[in-house]
Design a protein around this ligand. Sequence first.
Ligand code: IVH
Length: 674
Amino acid sequence: MKQEHVVAQMRQLIQILAKHNHAYYVMDNPSISDAEYDQLFHQLKHLEEQYPEWVQSDSPTQKVGGEALTKFTTVIHTVPMLSLGNVFNFQELEAFDKRVQERLPNQKVQYDVELKLDGLAISLLYEHGVLVRGVTRGDGETGEDITQNVKTIRNLPLHLFGAGVAVPELLEVRGEVLMPKSGFEKLNRLAEEKGEKTFANPRNAAAGSLRQLDPKIAASRPLAFYAYGIAQCQPHHGLNSMSESLHWLTRLGFEIAERQWLVDSIEEVEQCYQDIMQERASLSVEIDGMVIKVDSLQQQKQLGFLSREPRWATAYKFPAQAALTIVENIEWQVGRTGIVTPVARLKPVFVGGVTVSNVTLHNIGEIHRLDVRIGDTVSVYRTGDVIPKVEKVWPEFRPEHSAMVQLPATCPVCDSPVVMPEGEALARCSGGLYCSAQRIEAIRHFVARKAMDIEGLGDRWVESLLHLNLLGNVADIYQLHQHQAQLLTIEKMGEKSVQNLLNAIEQSKETQLHRFIYALGIRGVGETTAKMLANTFQSLDALMAADLEQLKKTPDVGDITAEWIYDFFHAEHNLEVIQRLREAGIHWEAPQAPTRQPLNGESWVVTGTLASMGRDEATQRLQALGARVSGSVSSKTKCVVAGEKAGSKLDKAEKLGITVMNEDQFLQFIAQYQ
Ligand code: IVH
């Protein structure tokens, strides 16, 4: 094929894809299905593979990241990237307004009020509508060329499309790169699951992602770009105001922040500020205040600059997000699963709009990393609705003779030894069901619908019963009928509710083996594993007598879980509880002999919304065929069932080349086994 022909074809595909990308990421209103988008995308990719020498620089295939760099090059900003002055309260804001009014006598001033996005400022250069360069702010005079990374940002146009406006020959746009809160939380969750380092806040995550020399890493991070200004435009855009400029930018394909106001007075600016403080937590991105700009570009010109700051704009910042305070104590709390967590008790301090007096230190490893000690002065950091954390210890303020914090040898609640297996980050109380901190949770788990299903034994009951010392462990549930008189002393519990409770307990005695196994709350044994164990061993006695090797061979049971199961059935106090439960009359029918199950040992994932059944039901159907249904996609996944609005799991499956079924295919598939 001739070059011009290939290029024309590429350009056409790029243009169509850009339009749909914009509809998807910016307008949140997809115009074609994901599958259709993929078809176009693959067609372009195929063409590019055939003719790599003519790959267009604004091709969306570049969004997955090109070659890694060895270092960034420095770029001088033709128009410097200035900073903003700050105000922190209404008096200071009024003073700003007064300075503006004095320089614009007898003129009406309108203010454009924007969110102050808490990310990183960048500058984007477009030539004839094509993105040619992305540069960090740097020191305002020079920045670093991060074009490769910038190109991977999903909502950023690589190619401008003038929806009713002429695309300029040259355009330099300024704006902020951010990681929206949802993406940040997901990224950290994944990192945590993999035992990797997490980011302290979305800003650091965005900065860390943009600084990657390998654009593939940047491409895997959920970054977003929001435009807030025009540095250069040739030919001149002819716009008259800031608010018009923002609108104009959206027509060229840029996304702007989710809120923006045009107001007539400084009092109204204050009202916006108060409103947005309230709304802050529900915004999709982190903000650290607002930016107030004189709306008229003509007036901006008249006002000009004072040293490095515009006289026509200022930042109205939220109260400080980090503050110094003192660690008054470090206490250890036992969580529901026996994990022993250190909590710093702080001298109460006002940070980012709330008073913080406790902050988790996560684990002993984190304490040692920070080397935080009782009496230390620390910086406490808080972003929006993110949990506060100790970010820094100031050793210069450390009192004399302070000691390094040690993991306690025994549980603060039940005095059983605290254990921390080698290679693990978390310490645990070994008291199991004997530890009252764990007892509440063990009981909640035992009575849950998917376990022994004792309806009515809710939290209020459990707390009262623990208080009356009637629940030493789960076996005591079945002795409650002997304490009717005491049960009636519980406030608001009449004869009827006591009777209902006792009936529910009685009914629960008839159960199924897998429910009972699940109810025991053995570490690592969820519902699915409990079913596998019941199916494999067929009786509780056989399971209790199983050796490690037998356990490891059970589908769905890994080596570590096998050890946990083995240990559970070899701990004296657990055997005692099981014995008492059986004596109380808990029974089940022998499970059906395992039939050959077609999906035995396969791992499946269900994602998105199915029209014909809930995800729970789809899961049960798959489990009935022997599949293990997992919450996350990995290379071991056999198949992903993707309903409507399937998101990242579907993307991942496609990336890993895993079989994907849509709802129709899934229904057909399971129908063959009915
Ligand atoms: S306008 C000459 N608008 O704030 C003024 N800046 O201290 C140019 N920022 O580094 C800035 N949101 O990263 C502007 N809506 C917004 C903003 C914003 C965040 C940041 C920007 C800049 C800093 C200024």
